[in-house]
Ligand binder design. Structure first.
Ligand SMILES: NC(=O)c1ccc[n+]([C@@H]2O[C@H](COP(=O)([O-])OP(=O)(O)OC[C@H]3O[C@@H](n4cnc5c(N)ncnc54)[C@H](OP(=O)(O)O)[C@@H]3O)[C@@H](O)[C@H]2O)c1
Length: 269
């Protein structure tokens, strides 16, 4: 594994490690350097097997991927800039940190900002990215190739959209997990044993998502297909779709997430 590091990953937590796992499977093989103070068992095993270089000394990389928490960015910016040379493409997956802020801290204009989500850990995610003005088409292609291990890739989009993207697909998996949690609790309240309620809720969310994934129909038509007028589903949807119900709650929830993303941007200044 001699030679200049072609790909450097800063931060191998959940998202960073998911990316690295995908890159390790991809061809042609890249020389991957991971900078991570507390490597997980997987990351340590990759290092021991010679698949990655762990905490190697800095040298300009072809690609630098930033996957630390946004709050950690100011603390690592100086160390990360030691991996940036005139030819380095920087790809950040940090929530809320703007392209201009990354550019300024790392002293390069070649910056991409991406927002993945946790299903990316099993290759079922969706990542949206936005690029610094004037970034070469080849850099956009490299970015797509880098993010593909996580699932679908969409971009480049206007950076203004990234707060809303974060609120929808970045944070979105948590909304679905909450749905499974609260459906189980509600089932228990209706008299089901806890274990059965949890199993039914979980399998229903999993099965409905799989059905949606396989069907060409919109979520709305799939919903209509299980709602007979005057039936049980209709009785529940009358509550969920009421003025104060799910549409309103989700609008408020996404607004709060987008607002938090904008605050994180200010904190990164
Ligand atoms: N999780 C999501 O759903 C999601 C979705 C979209 C985007 N993101 C973004 O992805 C980024 C990573 O999120 P995550 O969930 O993967 O977080 P995470 O699991 O906490 O990973 C961050 C990693 O960076 C490491 N780190 C901290 N200081 C470092 C340093 N000085 N040098 C190198 N590595 C350092 C952390 O190590 P320690 O554990 O020792 O602190 C940790 O392993 C965040 O910016 C987040 O906004 C996350």
């Amino acid at each position: 594994m001699a030679g200049a590091p072609s790909l450097v990953l800063f931060g191998a937590g959940r998202m960073g490690a998911a990316l690295a796992r995908g890159w390790l499977k991809a061809k042609p093989k890249r020389v991957i350097t991971v900078i991570e103070p507390n490597p997980s068992a997987d990351v340590s095993a990759w290092a021991e097997a010679g698949k990655i270089r762990l905490n190697a000394p800095p040298a300009p990389a072809a690609i630098l991927v930033l996957a630390v928490k946004p709050q950690a960015f100011s603390g690592i910016a100086e160390a990360a800039s030691a991996f940036v040379g005139p030819k380095t493409l920087v790809v950040s997956i940090m929530a809320g940190v703007r392209i201009a802020q990354i550019s300024r801290r790392l002293g390069t204009a070649r910056v991409v900002r991406a927002m993945p989500n946790t299903p990316g850990a099993i290759g079922q995610g969706i990542t949206v990215f936005s690029a610094a003005p004037g970034l070469a088409a080849a850099d956009l292609e490299t970015t797509r190739g880098l993010l593909e291990p996580l699932g679908d890739v969409h971009g480049p989009v206007d950076e203004q959209m990234m707060s809303a993207v974060t609120a929808l697909s970045g944070s979105g998996p948590a909304y679905l997990f909450l749905l499974a949690e609260t459906m189980a609790e509600a089932g228990e309240s209706e008299g089901l044993p806890r274990e059965l309620a949890q199993r039914l809720a979980r399998r229903t969310v999993e099965g409905a998502a799989a059905l949606m994934a396989m069907s060409p129909d919109s979520p709305e038509s799939l919903r209509r297909a299980v709602t007979s007028p005057g039936g049980t589903t209709q009785a529940a949807l009358d509550i969920l779709m009421d003025t104060g119900g799910m549409p309103r709650l989700l609008r408020d929830a996404l607004r709060a997430a987008a607002t938090r993303d904008r605050q994180l941007s200010k904190e990164a200044d």
